[in-house]
Unconditional design. Structure first.
Length: 299
């Protein structure tokens, strides 16, 4: 049982890792061609590939030798399974600690603007929110955080945090979560600019004014101003025109098709399972009666 779980986990990470590399390669050209919201959808590729890799493998045809699924002994599988569970526990503990530290700062009025909460997300602001930001700046901040809630980003981020804990040993997953969170912010910026297209300058100034420090927020949404490069990229994106509706629809259809292709490819690439059992031949009652009569008539 442990060997089977580890096999599925390994193949799931392999399929998701290849899809992550593809998403990392395509995200910048996709953003330039179809906009930030379509580029953010590229992260459906590793999700689709990983989930498809967990589906039951197709069975081998009768007479075909199936690939070996388990190449480790039970003792080795138990040891590796135990190490994986320890890593998951530590990763979850780190996530809870990081979230609690951020919430402690929020209770002291030193964190925000941000959206916290998974089931019931809400916006939090620092104590100097009213004095640091003008009325117009507070309006665009509320629009940004409201867009996060409308897009269900807090729940998506919670799912990403869980995947990060389960795949703690895979560096590609940690890289993917970091880049996906940035793409999420760019997509949210694009949605707000679609509604407030005349407020680009105000929005950029508010971004530069908003600082959160280096505190991580695993379960929630915030403007990641701790690093200069993501903030620069967000300001640059505000200067680009919004893609047309036709181009957005085309990009969305392409990403959906790529996600389906990634899922089918990941499932098809699994080692085939044990052969299907050969069904016993069906003997009709009439044949049995005829055979018995033939035997009875023989001398």
């Amino acid at each position: 049982m442990a060997a089977e779980v580890l096999t599925h986990l390994a193949f799931c990470n392999l399929a998701a890792g290849l899809a992550i590399l593809l998403a990392l390669i395509l995200r910048h050209p996709t953003r330039a061609l179809f906009g930030a919201e379509i580029a953010y959808l590229l992260w459906l590729l590793p999700v689709a590939a990983g989930l498809a890799a967990l589906l039951p493998a197709r069975a081998a045809e009768p007479g075909v030798v199936a690939a070996r699924h388990f190449i480790m002994s039970g003792d080795h599988a138990a040891i590796l399974g135990g190490l994986w569970l320890v890593g998951v526990s530590l990763a979850l503990a780190l996530l809870v600690w990081s979230q609690s530290r951020f919430m402690q700062r929020a209770r002291l009025g030193r964190a925000g603007p941000a959206v916290v909460g998974v089931l019931v997300p809400r916006m939090i602001v620092p104590d100097d929110y009213q004095t640091r930001f003008t009325i117009a700046e507070r309006a665009v901040i509320r629009a940004h955080e409201r867009a996060h809630i409308e897009r269900l980003d807090p729940r998506i981020n919670a799912l990403m945090a869980l995947i990060q804990c389960l795949g703690w040993f895979n560096p590609l997953i940690h890289l993917a979560v970091r880049e996906a969170r940035l793409d999420q912010e760019l997509a949210c910026d694009a949605r707000v600019m679609g509604r407030l297209s005349r407020e680009r300058g105000l929005y950029a100034r508010t971004l530069l004014k908003t600082q959160l420090g280096a505190r991580a927020l695993p379960l929630g949404c915030h403007w990641p101003a701790a690093a200069l490069h993501p903030l620069e990229e967000r300001v640059i994106m505000l200067t680009r025109p919004q893609p047309t509706l036709h181009r957005t629809a085309t990009g969305g259809a392409l990403v959906m098709a790529m996600s389906l292709t990634a899922a089918v490819g990941a499932w098809s690439a699994q080692p085939v399972g044990p052969p299907r059992p050969v069904a016993a031949p069906v003997v009709w009652p009439e044949v049995v009666v005829y055979a018995r009569m033939s035997l009875a008539l023989e001398p």
